[in-house]
Design a protein around this ligand. Structure first.
Ligand code: HEC
Length: 230
């Protein structure tokens, strides 16, 4: 009788997963060569709104900026959680391989540990991973697609000199004097509320929910709406 050998990590799994990884890598490289980020600078200077709706690698980190957009004013204290939650989530991903669907006992999933799982069992078994992958892709897309990631050269280019193209001549002095002064007197404050009295026409500025100039909130808005926040 022919002996049926148990499939092992080496070479079965390594070759199977490895070849899949190589195929994905080749697809990524081909896509990167075929669909390059349209950037003709310095020959053609982009417009400040360029890059909106164009997929870019920056989308990944824009995700971490999103809480600064939503948690302003009264909800500002929630910002701390936007640092903690991804950390917990990362731990969850690390331990995911050890998490089992509770109502399915091991014997039921793979009786005797011999028969390979069928396609549909695998699909059901991997549902949490698939859901998380879709969720990650979704929030990455959602947080990035409106960002004007290619428009930076419109304003930050070599004809603009110090502070716009090259760093300030004396960085320490710039931060302590110039930038500090800008922050103190800047008109633009994210989250600023203006109410107009209907009878007297008097304007009241409510700065309670306002963020300061050139803080994290400003840096983020500078990327999403550079012609409005600068
Ligand atoms: C509409 C023109 C415009 C566009 C487009 C633009 N910026 Fe700026 N940016 C400015 C101006 C004006 C300042 C203020 C410079 C100063 O005061 O020294 C600035 C300042 C900055 C600063 C310094 C902020 C600080 O803390 O002092 C950074 C960083 C920056 N821009 C990054 C970017 C990036 C990244 C992009 C592209 C996503 C971008 N900018 C697109 C006009 C622009």
């Amino acid at each position: 009788m022919k002996e049926t050998k148990q499939k092992t990590w080496w070479p079965h799994h390594v070759l199977k997963a490895g070849s899949l990884a190589i195929i994905i890598l080749i697809v990524v490289v081909i896509l990167a060569i075929k669909f390059q980020v349209p950037d003709d600078a310095p020959a053609i200077i982009p417009g400040p709104d360029d890059g909106q709706y164009i997929p870019g690698p920056e989308w990944y980190f824009l995700l971490l900026w999103q809480p600064f957009w939503y948690f302003t004013g009264e909800t500002k204290h929630l910002l701390a959680y936007s640092a903690i939650v991804p950390f917990i989530f990362l731990f969850f991903l690390i331990f995911l391989p050890f998490i089992r669907i509770p109502f399915k006992r091991k014997a039921e999933v793979n009786p005797g540990n011999k028969e390979p799982m069928g396609f549909f069992s695998k699909l059901v078994f991997n549902t949490p991973v698939l859901l998380i992958a879709v969720f990650l892709a979704g929030i990455t897309f959602k947080s990035g697609y409106q960002a004007k990631i290619l428009g930076c050269d419109a304003c930050h280019n070599s004809s603009m000199g110090h502070r716009m193209y090259t760093p300030p001549v004396n960085v320490a002095e710039y931060y302590q004097v110039d930038r500090a002064r800008q922050i103190k007197s800047a008109k633009y404050k994210a989250g600023k509320m203006v109410s107009i009295d209907e009878t007297t026409g008097e304007k009241t500025y409510d700065l309670a929910g306002a963020e300061t100039y050139k803080d994290a909130n400003w840096q983020m808005r500078h990327m999403y709406e550079p012609t409005f926040t600068w």
